[in-house]
Design a protein around this ligand. Structure first.
Ligand code: SF4
Length: 93
């Protein structure tokens, strides 16, 4: 069954937002999703490239990073670092 669209009633088709990773199986990778999310985020909301890279370089050395996930907040580090106003949960950046 194609799960890319969920029929909510006879007149309306709603796009599936793929709320969970298991719903993405066989589709874009988690990394591709992050890239797409970063590209779609308004410039005023996202950390600029230098700040994003700086944050990820800190995460790379952090003992809480495991399997691309921040074990303090449960986010993918590459998602956690996206927003300009985001903060590291233990104040590393
Ligand atoms: S967000 Fe903070 S706590 Fe989480 S992995 Fe990055 S530096 Fe570590």
């Amino acid at each position: 069954m194609d799960t890319s669209e969920v029929k909510t009633d006879a007149a309306e088709l709603r796009h599936c937002r793929r709320c969970f990773l298991y719903e993405m199986d066989g589709q874009e990778t988690s990394y591709q999703s992050v890239v797409r999310l970063r590209q779609a985020m308004p410039a005023a909301e996202k950390a600029d490239d230098a700040e994003y890279d700086r944050r990820l370089s800190v995460c790379r050395e952090c003992p809480y990073l495991d399997n691309a996930t921040c074990m303090q907040c449960g986010c993918y580090a590459e998602v956690r670092a996206l927003k300009r106003t985001a903060r590291c949960p233990v104040k590393h950046w």
